[in-house]
Design a protein around this ligand. Structure first.
Ligand SMILES: Cc1cc2nc3c(=O)[nH]c(=O)nc-3n(C[C@H](O)[C@H](O)[C@H](O)COP(=O)(O)OP(=O)(O)OC[C@H]3O[C@@H](n4cnc5c(N)ncnc54)[C@H](O)[C@@H]3O)c2cc1C
Length: 417
């Protein structure tokens, strides 16, 4: 059987795949690139939180994937079903094989809706929603607008998720809307399966203050395990004194963020590390065992927060290193771990959490970014979507401007949303 082959094959036409393809194309216009992705649409996911807050049109977050594939790159509109790195090949869902000289794996993260009993059936009706789905983010805003009081519950699962601030953003935008509309919730609860509110303590302390300012309560180590939609009951599990205990929580509005993992096709391959992510060097983005494989974005093992902002910093490094490797040279560009999470603390203000590996605070501007600011809201709401479609996805990279900073640990004042 003859196998089609390309110099560079990119798995995934999301944020990472398209920005790398465009960057490679820009540097080397004749490079033979194929992008493998069965999706019809490409989404600007960072705006889904704004859609759920009534601040953005869902339709404006969606574009045809075909229209974003760089000129002259081949689009193979099929899913990858297996990796065969020993033969420098991948297998597609129809059994066809595709060969490569270099492979870039950018298949994103897998949303495991079925891991919570009753969740798939409950979603999209009777008060259960999620900003993690394009079709459901508008329903979040419908629920927020029609909320008349009762218990509003916002969840976050255990483990890595994309945009770890997004579960909280949904709560802040909702809570502010109710406060401004004179609607008194009985309770606003943030129930997080993880042990901390945010992975970087510097920002976590500030976010705890925002939670308090809305009269909300944060529960840590409290994982959603079941929804009984007919009774409007959510079941949470936590470990207390070494024992697992469950609590039934009545809800009127339930915003769920599902458990997430590396895609099964990666987890079940020899590309994966013990946790299932593509096992790459955290600085060069090159695979630790297969020299001609690179990875970035949500499916990679890079030990930083999974965001489009991180992809923005990773893509130019990967492009540089892959082009060096193509010439048989050393991979010398190094990724710092930079990532950013613009937390919408209210309608009109954002706290911009920016950091590098090991939670090292590194901000673009020399100001304490824990203070929610209108300027950051403008960045999030207006500038970044423009930047995404017109620069990042076209391979126009901007230099990394964030610098390590030492701000006082004490919270800036005022910090309330
Ligand atoms: C609600 C929400 C809010 C967010 N907020 C922010 C924010 O404020 N700031 C920020 O920077 N980031 C934010 N993010 C995160 C950001 O969107 C992701 O980190 C980013 O899109 C990751 O890019 P990626 O290319 O790795 O994955 P994706 O963009 O998800 O792309 C993965 C691609 O791989 C394809 N694929 C999957 N499996 C296969 C397969 N087997 N074969 C072929 N193709 C496959 C998919 O179809 C998809 O096109 C948010 C995300 C969500 C959901």
């Amino acid at each position: 059987m003859s196998v089609q082959k390309h110099t560079v094959v990119i798995i995934g036409g999301g944020t990472a795949g398209i920005s790398v393809a465009a960057g490679l194309r820009r540097k080397q216009p004749n490079l033979d690139i194929a992008i493998v992705d069965p999706a019809e649409s490409h989404y600007y996911q960072p705006a889904w939180t704004l859609v759920g807050g009534g601040e953005y049109n869902a339709a404006d977050t969606r574009r045809s994937l075909k229209g974003l594939i760089p000129q002259n790159a081949t689009h193979l509109a099929k899913a990858v079903s297996a990796f065969i790195p020993e033969e420098n090949q991948i297998e597609l869902a129809d059994g066809q094989r595709v060969g490569y000289d270099f492979l870039v794996v950018a298949a994103g993260i897998q949303l495991n809706w079925g891991a919570i009993k009753g969740l798939p059936e409950a979603l999209g009706k009777n008060g259960v929603t999620s900003n993690y789905r394009y079709d459901l983010a508008p329903y979040t805003w419908e629920l927020v607008k029609s909320f008349k009081g009762g218990n509003a519950v916002f969840t976050q699962p255990v483990g890595a998720i994309k945009c770890a601030g997004a579960p909280q953003k949904a709560m802040y935008l909702s809570a502010q809307h109710w406060r401004d509309s004179g609607i008194k919730a009985d309770t606003i609860q943030f129930r997080n399966g993880g042990a901390v509110l945010f992975s970087v303590p510097f920002y976590a302390k500030a976010l705890a203050r925002i939670v308090d300012s809305y009269g909300a309560k944060a529960y840590l180590g409290d994982a959603l395990i079941e929804i009984r939609a007919d009774e409007k009951i959510a079941v949470f599990e936590r470990v207390k004194d070494g024992e697992k205990v469950q609590e039934e929580v009545a809800y009127d509005l339930l915003h769920v963020v599902p458990p997430q993992s590396a895609p099964d096709v990666i987890r079940n391959s020899t590309l994966a590390n013990a946790e299932g992510w593509v096992d790459v060097n955290k600085n060069t983005l090159r695979h630790v065992r297969y020299n001609n494989i690179f990875s970035l974005g949500d499916c990679s093992s890079l030990p930083t927060s999974k965001t489009a902002a991180a992809v923005k910093a990773q893509a130019p490094i990967l492009v540089k290193n892959l082009l060096s490797a193509l010439q048989g040279q050393e991979t010398i560009a190094s990724y710092s771990g930079y990532t950013a999470c613009p937390v919408t603390t209210s309608h009109g203000k954002v706290m911009l959490a920016e950091f590098k590996y090991d939670g090292k605070v590194a901000t673009t501007l020399p100001i304490d970014s824990r203070t929610p600011r209108k300027f950051y809201w403008w960045l999030k709401r207006s500038f970044l979507p423009w930047f995404y479609w017109n620069l990042l996805l076209k391979g126009h990279y901007v230099p990394e401007l964030a610098k390590d900073r030492n701000f006082p640990e004490s919270l800036p004042s005022p910090i309330e949303a």
